[in-house]
Design a protein around this ligand. Structure first.
Ligand code: AMP
Ligand code: MG
Length: 362
């Protein structure tokens, strides 16, 4: 769980943070967000809205209040454009068209979708298949998604899981970046990029701001964050990693200064269901076809691109701290695992890269 914060706000009382809880990934924005779409004070412009079924927040340093409406409209238009590429909740998106495409017939896709699929394939390989954007049918089978029945039914039978697993596997998609074409090996292969597209969208909004001369900003969508520049000379942006507890209490566990970089978190403490008295995560382990079942409550990854941070956070969350730490070290990732103890507390396990960043902040 990540909270986007501005330097100097660490001493704000927790009670104020609770009031600022944003639904979705449970992100807290430590800045003073207004109720309208945007607010500004002292050269700091704050903009917010909803997209991808969650909320977004952007803070820009050194922007005159007069630019607010223009920037708000440009960011909203960019998010709408991204939705038309990556959404699986509309039939006319590029990804929905890929999902509806027949097997064994090459489909030309945009460079942007190809770039995200290539990154997803890299993370799929690097995580030995733990990250798999084709798990959507399994996610639904386990009762997640907007059309899931409530209350949740009993867990699916082994036969039902096996039947759905036959159509799951990112290797069933062949990518040819040279010609920007893809081939599905099964007609019912279904891709969902919910574990990486938010991070890509954060990168895209950040690029948009740079193109408009707004070099110092922090962008957050549903908990995935990217920062550039600084809030003010000598005052970096700060991002808080929250204690992964369900419920409304918000507790910033670590406040990281973020100059030019991204941080993303994958956790099971907000999006889970109770199935036959058991807590069930919405993250599926493709090797078992079942929700992950380990003590890792959240994984945060620092990276230069938010798409990579987002994808890897999910991949490492599938693997859990035990296996994930080895993979993260091998991949040279800066990752923090927050692991539940049996007494209700939490332990932190960091890779060498993340420990170095923590050292610098303490
Ligand atoms: P995140 O919050 O970024 O960890 O991503 C959550 C999304 O990832 C949800 O939309 C899930 O449907 C999807 N998901 C679940 N399991 C996996 C997996 N093993 N690989 C990739 N995406 C997954
Ligand atoms: Mg993710």
């Amino acid at each position: 769980m990540i909270s986007a914060a501005e330097s100097g706000t660490r001493s704000r009382p927790v009670v104020e943070l609770v009031a600022l809880l944003v639904i979705g990934c449970g992100v807290i924005a430590l800045a003073r967000w207004g109720h309208a779409g945007a607010s500004a004070d002292g050269g700091i412009l704050r903009l917010q809205g909803s997209a991808f079924g969650t909320t977004w927040h952007v803070t820009v340093a050194g922007a005159p209040a007069g630019e607010r409406e223009q920037l708000q409209a440009a960011l909203a238009a960019e998010l709408e454009r991204l939705d038309a590429v990556f959404s699986v909740w509309r039939d006319d998106s590029e990804l929905a068209r890929l999902n509806a495409h027949p097997a064994n017939e090459p489909l030309t896709i945009s460079q942007e979708l190809m770039a995200v699929l290539v990154l997803a394939a890299r993370i799929h390989r690097g995580s030995a298949g733990a990250f798999d954007p084709s798990v959507g049918p399994l996610v639904r089978l386990w009762g997640f998604g907007p059309d899931a029945p409530a209350p949740a039914p009993a867990p699916p039978s082994q036969d039902a899981v096996a039947a759905v697993r036959a159509r799951v596997g990112f290797d069933l998609l062949r990518l040819d970046p040279g010609t920007c074409t893809v081939v599905k090996e099964r007609p019912d292969l279904e891709l969902g990029l919910g574990a990486i597209a938010k991070g890509h969208a954060v990168d895209a909004l950040s690029e948009l701001l740079v193109r408009r001369g707004k070099a110092s900003h922090i962008v957050e969508i549903g908990g995935e964050v990217r920062a550039r520049g600084h809030r003010a000379p000598g005052r970096p942006w700060r991002v808080g990693i929250q204690t992964p507890r369900a419920g409304s209490a918000v507790e910033a566990r670590i406040a990281l200064p973020l100059r030019d970089g991204a941080v993303a978190t994958s956790g099971d403490y907000r999006n889970f269901r109770e199935l036959a008295g058991q807590r069930v995560s919405h993250i599926i382990d493709p090797t078992t076809g079942a929700p992950v079942h380990h003590r890792t409550a959240s994984v945060s990854v620092l990276a230069s691109s938010c798409a990579a941070a987002d994808g890897w956070a999910t991949a490492l969350n599938v693997l859990g701290a035990q296996r994930g730490l080895t993979v993260a070290e091998r991949e040279g990732l800066a990752a923090l695992f927050i692991v539940r103890r049996s007494d209700g507390g939490f332990d932190e396990q960091a890779t060498t890269g993340f420990a170095t960043v923590l050292e610098e902040t303490r």
